[in-house]
Design a protein around this ligand. Sequence first.
Ligand SMILES: [Zn+2]
Ligand SMILES: [Zn+2]
Length: 91
Amino acid sequence: MPNDKYYHQKRHKEWAEKVLKRAGYLCEECKRYGRLDKDGQPVRATTAHHEKPRDKYPELQYVVSNGKALCEKCHNKKHPEKGGEHGHYWR
Ligand SMILES: [Zn+2]
Ligand SMILES: [Zn+2]
């Protein structure tokens, strides 16, 4: 298995795309709480988040069911320890 950065970026992008697509490109957290954006529309997801973190579960990093489609706001809440920053390639 190649271990170069480009390979992982590509795989991550494919994974993120599948996660977002599965959620219909809507934020799963906002949807769960019935939150809408300022125009009264469902909140769009911009980021695929790992439910189980990559550093602890590297074998799950490309598993679609370990992914969650989130908007920027909800995603930042998932990573308070990094002050809103996150270690994802995909934003
Ligand atoms: Zn959200
Ligand atoms: Zn995340």
